[in-house]
Design a protein around this ligand. Structure first.
Ligand code: SF4
Length: 237
């Protein structure tokens, strides 16, 4: 009797997964898989304090974290406060970060945001989205990363990679990054957001790359879409 009950419950679970897995159920499965693969998440951008985290996130736009870390490791040893960057001035900041894409624009933002931090926030990084997003070069994604990784506030930073994975996993209609953030926040528990942001990034780098889809073997999709019989076509995020 107990055996029959167990078999029925396994069959039922499988049936649910095969035919009526809704987005909440998918989210649950995805969380389970990601927690298993990435039980611990370290912040990929090396930094010394919240200010250098902010600078690194700003530098990472259209640039790999490895490249940012290679460039900043020597800079942060000597310069790691807003006043240091004010003293350096824009031209010298440009020279220091010239191996990073769009370095002139980024140098200007770093200089101006350092100035604003000193003038309006006593040299400290503010702890609200509103104030962060008023800083030069800081958009909602950068503010979200600083709020979650710098201050431990539950935030869900959605970049183009997370946007791509959320679309491929059927968690959003993929209309915009803003919509994706809303959808992910709705289906994942708040306490998971900050860690999940990093876990999805890690999974994307390892298994779900922009140009490749391992559709038939990948753990997340083979769990959420067991009937899929070919890799999905990659949509532009
Ligand atoms: S099967 Fe394709 S879309 Fe799904 S997680 Fe793997 S690489 Fe990404």
């Amino acid at each position: 009797m107990a055996y029959a009950k167990k078999t029925w419950s396994l069959f039922y679970e499988r049936f649910i997964r095969l035919f009526i897995m809704d987005e909440k159920e998918k989210a649950k499965q995805i969380l389970k898989i990601l927690n298993k693969i990435y039980p611990k998440t370290t912040i990929p951008l090396k930094h010394r304090n919240t200010f250098t985290l902010l600078v690194s996130v700003l530098l990472s736009a259209q640039c790999t974290d490895i490249n940012v870390n290679n460039v900043t490791k020597d800079i942060y040893r000597k310069y790691n406060k807003p006043k240091d960057f004010i003293k350096l001035g824009r031209k010298r900041i440009e020279k220091l970060i010239k191996k990073i894409g769009i370095f002139r624009i980024k140098a200007k933002s770093i200089y101006l945001l350092s100035k604003q931090l000193l003038e309006k926030h006593k040299g400290k990084v503010p702890k609200t989205f509103e104030d962060l997003e008023k800083l030069p070069g800081v958009g909602h994604k950068t503010a979200s990363v600083v709020m979650s990784q710098g201050f431990g506030f539950p935030a869900f930073a959605v970049d183009t990679h997370i946007h791509r994975l959320a679309q491929r996993w059927g968690l959003t209609n993929g209309k915009s990054v803003i919509q994706t953030e809303k959808d992910l926040k709705r289906i994942f528990p708040k306490k998971s957001w900050s860690k999940l942001h990093l876990q999805i990034i890690y999974y994307g780098r390892e298994y779900c790359k922009a140009r490749e889809c391992y559709g038939l073997t990948c753990k997340i999709c083979s769990t959420c879409y067991p009937n899929r019989n070919k890799p999905i076509k990659t949509e532009k995020a």
